[in-house]
Design a protein around this ligand. Structure first.
Ligand code: UDP
Length: 464
């Protein structure tokens, strides 16, 4: 079934780069990797895969789609991206959904849940008509479209949030929509919320090795990229660096990283002294972000070895280069869906001190690719920082394994491979569900099976 646009569809549609060649990935996954993707895609020529989310720019979902869709298209799949519209009030409510679904208590009114959210859904539904072999609806924002009769095909809900302990109010509100989908996709089994009656699949976010940020720099090149910034901020490039990069946000827990660094400095005199460099972005309409930043600046005081950078120029190159030259990367969030920064740092060959939280545990293997710590355990974080600083050889060995771990498991072609397998399953190319299916036969499938048997059809709906 092709993606159809009957002229009534006014969701913004992103046209992916059509010049990509699957061979462009050979240097990352080898010829065999690219050939196996092509074999998977062969029977999918012309089949359609639509994606719906709520933003074209910013955030992990947009970052992933920007890489995944061109690759899928270069393999012959008609991959599309539609972006729904919403006003500030809508996004404030869906940000609350996001927090509450991650188990963070926050007041929300019934007015917000029903009126603000559903009014926007209604407006979008008036302009939407999407028919596709597979439609992936990302996160809660577009979920309400499910009951509007404007999406036609196998609809999968992709939840990028850690919904292992969701607020009951919001979870109960979205559950009936989710259960109308053909299936749902989560980052890991522990994120699957209660009460799902549909097939559930596991797909992790991934990083695109072809993105500017993830270019693997030679050390000298990385130092060149950073030279101006280092000069401006009076950073001596010969001293070791611990880096921490993320939004300034309470859950990113930058304050604990700082405390651990202060402890490290109080306990041991290094020569040369290491730096702790924070890099982060704030968004103008996020007052929490600037409060966190002010607080961190206060706590750091005039420590000559701490730098706090905000919204750096030439962001992507600077981030990749800083991750590359750092002795260690520290990311001890108290909540985390996946933590793309962790994958990015490991990919640059830098070991990560990461918290045992959310998707970080898939990436940081304790003693193999970095160290796992409890997010508020200042003493252990400080001791792991010391270990990376005291033993550069160990840091390098961890970093080499880290890069390999990401190469094998968290590069974009692996994500595309999983979506292709879903598309094969839902278009009847494969009879067996893909191996990353997390549950057995779901309620909806059992009902379908019983109905089909009664109608004298086999499991694929073909008359016997
Ligand atoms: N990031 C960036 N500049 C910054 C801070 C973060 O480009 O100053 C990027 C980072 O490299 C990553 C993304 O923002 O690609 C953050 O994704 P992650 O999953 O780590 O956290 P989120 O912000 O989605 O909670």
């Amino acid at each position: 079934m092709p993606y159809t646009d009957d002229g009534n569809n006014r969701l913004a549609s992103y046209q992916p780069d059509l010049t990509l060649n699957p061979e462009d990935y050979i240097s990352y996954i080898g010829k065999e990797g690219v050939d196996s993707l092509k074999r998977l895609a062969e029977p999918l020529e012309g089949k359609s895969w639509a994606n719906i989310n709520s933003t074209l720019d910013g955030g992990g979902v947009a970052e992933i789609l920007r890489g995944a869709l061109p690759l899928a298209r270069s393999l012959g799949v008609d991959a599309r991206w539609c972006v729904m519209e919403g006003n500030d009030a809508f996004f404030q409510v869906t940000k609350k959904y996001h927090n509450l679904l991650q188990g963070i208590e926050q007041p929300i009114s019934l007015e917000e849940i029903f009126n603000t959210y559903l009014d926007t859904i209604e407006l979008n539904a008036q302009h939407t008509h999407i028919s596709s072999d597979m439609i992936v609806v990302h996160d809660p924002q577009p979920l309400g479209l499910l009951t509007k009769g404007v999406l036609f095909g196998n609809i999968l809900w992709r939840c990028h949030i850690d919904t292992s302990t969701p607020s009951q109010v919001v979870w109960r509100f979205i559950l009936p929509y989710v259960n109308q989908c053909t299936g749902a996709i989560f980052t890991m089994p522990s994120f699957v919320g209660p009460g799902l009656q549909i097939p559930v699949y596991e797909i992790s976010p991934c990083i695109d090795p072809r993105a500017v940020k993830n270019r693997q720099y030679a050390e000298s090149e990385a130092r060149d990229v950073l030279s101006v910034l280092f000069k401006e901020s009076k950073v001596d490039p010969d001293r070791p660096i611990l880096a921490a990069i993320s939004r300034y946000d309470i859950h990113k827990n930058q304050s604990t990283i700082l405390k651990a660094f202060q402890k490290l400095q109080a306990e041991k005199r290094y020569d040369p002294q290491p730096y702790l460099i924070f890099v982060g972005n704030t968004v103008a309409d996020d007052p929490e972000g600037s409060d966190m930043l002010d607080q961190l600046r206060d706590e750091a005081g005039d420590d000559p070895n701490v730098r706090i950078w905000v919204n750096v120029e030439d962001n992507d190159r600077v981030i990749g280069a800083l991750m590359r030259v750092a002795r260690g990367f520290v990311h001890v969030s108290t909540r985390e869906g996946f933590g793309l920064v962790v994958a990015e740092a490991l990919w640059q060959g830098t070991p990560v001190i990461g918290s045992r939280v959310g998707g970080i545990v898939k990436q940081v293997i304790d003693g193999e690719t970095g160290y796992l710590v409890d997010p508020l355990d200042v003493d252990t974080i400080a001791s792991r920082m010391a270990r990376l600083l005291d033993d550069p050889e160990e840091a390098e060995a961890l970093g080499a394994r880290a890069r390999e771990h990401i190469r094998k498991n968290y590069l974009l072609p692996d994500l595309v491979r999983r979506y292709l397998m879903l598309l094969r399953y839902y278009t009847g190319v494969d009879r067996e569900p893909p191996p990353f299916r997390m549950n057995g036969k779901a309620y909806s499938e059992t009902i379908d099976m019983i109905r089909a048997r009664h109608a004298g059809l086999d499991d694929l709906g073909i008359t016997k």
